[in-house]
Structures are given as structure tokens and as C-alpha cells.
Design a protein around this ligand. Structure first.
Ligand code: AMP
Length: 293
């Protein structure tokens, strides 16, 4: 079936109707289930893996492509964020996506917009401490996408670990009738996590950037929080002396659901998470560890 591209709410509703998805198109009901994969476009193999996972969970997949101005800070890369719409449509077509929702900013946000979602205290720590307002912007656009597309399920990558934790928090706190599905991080063979921002990296930047995944790997070989952080820091410190240098924003070991720092006696899952700049590009990566006694 041909890929449908919807630009606004009425085109979305028409697309849903065309696919036979009714208002009560919930899991188990007539009309088939719909899974949403929210993206900012510049689709790569990581996004493809999310789409494939979505297809396993639903009869139809919708992909949203929207570079959300609300989640970018004033000195961030909103204006130069890669926009590759035609190639993105080809990816969606090849992956069997039923509809793409690609609204203009004016369709998403009223000029006199007042109300948004607050990410609370959890949105101000770790990544949120370096990007004030970022997670409020993410949650606001995701809630709007949920209301517009009305999916039964939505798929998010573990690559953005604090983002998916906050989306799960929003679903619980606001009683959203949507199943959240997490997807593993897809990497290059040398370990670099795929990201739309990787295309900014020069050849030299890319070598330095390998320190993020290498630090996570070294940390994951240890068992105690202090040793995990120490081993990861050793790799990052070396990369800080490289050319170009890695400039670390943070390295943290946190609870996966709350993103508070784990204590030395913590047992169970923890997320080792890094953000760093290489040249003009800011990169993030993380790994989920299980700490045993
Ligand atoms: P973005 O377009 O960067 O906003 O990402 C859209 C979705 O793709 C988010 O849920 C990301 O977590 C996910 N994603 C980004 N990079 C990867 C990756 N390397 N592996 C798996 N999922 C990813």
C-alpha cells in the first residue's frame, strides 16, 4: 500500500480512516493497532530498527518527522539540524510504514501557546542540567503527537535513556492509554552509536568520538559504582588530550527510572550515561548495567 503523508490533524484523521483504524482502534479491537515512531528525521539504521520493532507490535506504523523547536536551547543546533525529507520518505516506504506525519511548526504550535508539559525535577538532572527546558519541550511535543496520531503504542530508543524514562513517567503520571516500547541502541561496527548528528563529525572528530562508547565498555567491565566511573573516566580523560579533544559535559551512573545517582551499595540496573562535545558536535551515549552483589 502507498505511503500516506499527513501534514495536519484532518489529514491524519483521513489517513487513519483510510487504513481502517477507528476511534477505538485499540489493541484487540477492530481496525488494527497503530504504533507511532516519533523522530526528527534524518533517518538512519537506528530509526529503521525502531520502525521494525513497531511493526512487530502493531498492524500499522506511523512515523512522525518533526524538528521540534521547543526542545532546542537558544545556542543549540536547531537551524542546522539535518533535514533530509525525501530520503526519509524512501526509508519509511522501504520499511513498510503506513503513514508519515510531517507537520509544519505552525501546525504544531499556536502563536499564543500557553500550556505545556512540565518534566518536573527529573527533567532538571543529568542531561536536563545541561539543556534547561529540553525535556519540557520533548514531553510537550510527544504528548501532542500522541493526541494527534492516537497510537496504541509508541517506540523510543534507549539511546536517549533519560528521554524514554521521562516518557514512561509522563504515561504513568498522566494516565496516557499508550504502551511505551523501548528499543536497543544501534551502533557502528566500531561502537559509535548511530545519531543524526554523526554527519557533522569530521574524520578526526569521529576518532575522538569513539571514546564515548569505549568509556561505556570499560565501565561495564567493572562491578562497583566507584570502579565503573573510574574506568570510564580514564578513557574520557585520555580523549580529552586528543586532537580534537573530547570535552565532557557529564559522566553519571544513575537509576534507570529516576536518573538519580546510584549509591555505592546499589544493586540491580543502573544506567552509565555520557554527554560530551567533539568539535562543534554534542554527542550522548549510555549503557544499562546490572550490578550484582
Ligand atoms: P531523533 O530523530 O534523534 O529524535 O530520534 C528518534 C528516535 O530514534 C528516538 O526514540 C531515539 O532514541 C531513537 N534513536 C536515535 N538513535 C538511535 C540509535 N542509534 N539506536 C536506536 N534508536 C535510536
Amino acid at each position: 500500500m502507498d505511503l500516506i503523508v499527513a501534514r495536519d490533524r484532518s489529514e491524519l484523521l483521513a489517513a487513519r480512516a483510510g487504513l481502517g483504524i477507528g476511534r477505538a482502534g485499540r489493541y484487540g479491537a477492530d481496525g488494527g493497532a497503530l504504533a507511532l515512531v516519533p523522530t526528527m528525521g534524518a533517518l538512519h539504521e537506528g530509526h529503521r530498527s525502531l520502525i521494525r520493532l513497531a511493526r512487530e507490535h502493531a498492524d500499522h506504523v506511523a512515523v512522525s518527522i518533526f524538528v521540534n523547536p521547543l526542545q532546542f536551547g537558544p545556542n543549540e543546533d536547531f537551524s542546522r539540524y539535518p533535514r533530509t525529507f525525501d530520503a526519509d520518505l524512501e526509508v519509511c516506504e522501504a520499511e513498510g510504514v503506513s503513514m508519515v506525519f510531517a507537520p509544519a511548526a505552525e501546525v504544531m504550535y499556536l502563536p499564543d501557546r500557553q500550556v505545556g508539559v512540565s518534566s518536573g525535577q527529573m527533567g532538571t538532572v543529568v542531561e536536563g542540567a545541561f539543556r534547561p527546558g529540553h525535556f519540557d519541550g520533548v514531553l510537550t511535543v510527544v504528548l501532542k503527537l500522541f493526541n494527534l496520531v492516537q497510537p496504541d503504542a509508541a517506540v523510543f530508543g534507549q539511546k536517549d535513556a533519560q528521554q524514554i524514562a521521562l516518557i514512561r513517567r509522563m504515561v504513568a503520571d498522566l494516565n496516557l492509554p499508550i504502551t511505551i516500547i523501548g528499543a536497543p541502541t544501534i551502533r557502528e561496527p566500531d561502537g559509535l552509536a548511530l545519531s543524526s548528528r554523526n554527519r557533522y563529525l569530521s574524520a578526526a572528530d569521529r576518532v575522538t568520538a569513539l571514546a564515548l562508547s569505549a568509556a561505556l565498555r570499560e565501565g561495564a567491565r567493572q562491578t562497583r559504582p566507584k570502579d565503573i566511573l573510574h574506568a570510564a573516566h580514564a578513557v574520557l580523560d585520555e580523549a580529552a588530550r586528543a586532537d580534537p579533544p573530547l570535552v565532557l559535559d557529564y559522566l553519571s551512573l544513575v537509576h534507570p527510572a529516576t536518573f538519580t545517582a546510584v549509591t555505592e551499595d546499589h544493586r540491580g540496573e543502573a544506567v552509565l550515561t555520557i554527554a560530551a562535545k567533539v568539535g562543534a558536535t554534542r554527542l550522548i551515549d549510555n549503557v544499562v548495567l546490572t550490578l550484582t552483589p
